[in-house]
Design a protein around this ligand. Structure first.
Ligand code: PLP
Length: 344
């Protein structure tokens, strides 16, 4: 079995709009250029390739994963190419768009679990694991605890950012879910230049910020965020504090404002966690200086969230009436809210 899929080498683009707004130069690593539409294709490739090379995956093995959707899509895409059976335990907050992509890729979907940790028997993670224990001819990808997740970003995303910026990157900012992206990229960039600042982003209420700052994190009750892919109530095995300088917590409302504001100016619909990265960038605005080069990682794109972030009905249903009442016609106009945004 050979994987014949090219992934990575995604564009790193200078953002003229954001660079006008901040003293530093801002670049965007556009991970939605990967074949499955997200940064998680890198992880899927590394885990499956290793499984095949080490003889753990055979032609009749069923591949199993728990995911908020993007890792599942990367895995399902590879399984389709390799002719392998694929079963994904997708958390119940996964968008309709991701579910439809998974269905098109002929993955078997179980979306009854939520995005809790390994100690919660109802989490998609626990459901996936127990399914594999009960069914011997399975291979559990285990993105939260499989070190190949971090390794994929250490071997690919980190070097790409270093080369694309010709070693001038000063800050890297990304959303944190399993921790694989921030840990792998952080490990590589800090190996090249220990002064590069590695900054993670999570929703308010998630526990990784407390964990990083040495405060007790285990007892917190975390109501899962609306932002898919980021925010945790447990410490994933791929979260390596030694490569991370800060975690910034963002409110969902600020992410929505950031997404619409970006759409107004750049005519581009960004993903929800990418909007969280923009909201975090705004928070460190005053710390940025001329001469610095900030790389933002956009893990996926807005077309995965048309029924959520970019749907007025969804915004109303989730309590963001005040934002919606300010939208003018069907355009992505939140100019009235920009004054609110400026005060954040
Ligand atoms: C859209 C999105 N953003 C960010 C992340 C977080 O990346 P990581 O799991 O590498 O921390 C994920 C993870 O699934 C994701 O799907």
């Amino acid at each position: 079995m050979r994987i014949n899929l090219s992934f990575g080498n995604t564009p790193l683009e200078y953002s003229a709009f954001l660079s006008r707004e901040y003293p530093a130069k801002i670049f965007i690593k556009k991970e939605f250029f990967n074949p499955g539409g997200s940064s998680k294709d890198r992880v899927a490739f590394f885990i499956l390739k290793h499984g095949i090379d080490s003889g753990l995956i055979h032609s009749n093995t069923e591949i199993v994963e728990a995911s908020s959707g993007n890792t599942a899509i990367g895995i399902a895409l590879l399984c389709r190419q390799l002719g392998l059976k694929c079963k994904v335990f997708v958390s119940n907050k996964a968008s309709m768009e991701k579910i439809k992509i998974l269905q098109s890729l002929q993955a078997v979907i179980n979306n009854s679990g939520h995005s809790g940790g390994p100690d919660d028997p109802c989490s998609s993670l626990s459901l996936a694991k127990s399914y594999c224990i009960r069914n011997p001819n399975t291979f559990y990808c285990n993105q939260y605890f499989n070190s190949l997740n971090t390794e994929s970003h250490f071997q690919t995303t980190g070097p790409e950012i270093w080369e694309n910026t010709k070693g001038t990157v000063t800050h890297f900012i990304c959303g944190v879910g399993t921790g694989g992206t921030i840990s792998g990229v952080g490990k590589f960039l800090k190996m090249k230049n220990p002064d590069v600042k590695i900054i993670g982003v999570e929703p308010v209420g998630s526990i990784l910020k407390d964990y990083l700052s040495g405060n007790s994190a285990g007892t917190k009750i975390y109501k899962s965020s609306l932002i898919e892919g980021i925010g945790r109530n447990f410490i994933p095995g791929n979260f390596h504090s030694e490569f991370i300088d800060h975690i910034i917590q963002v409110k969902e409302k600020d992410c929505i404002l950031a997404a619409y504001r970006y759409a107004n100016h750049c005519s581009d619909l960004i993903g929800f966690s990418s909007a969280a990265v923009l909201a975090a960038l705004y928070r460190i605005n005053k710390k940025l200086e001329v001469g610095q080069n900030v790389v933002l990682l956009f893990a996926d794109s807005g077309d995965r969230y048309l029924s959520k972030l970019y749907s007025k009905n969804w915004l109303v249903q989730n309590g963001f009436h005040s934002l919606v009442s300010d939208f003018k016609s069907s355009q992505f106009r939140v100019e009235k809210n920009i004054s609110a945004w400026e005060k954040l």
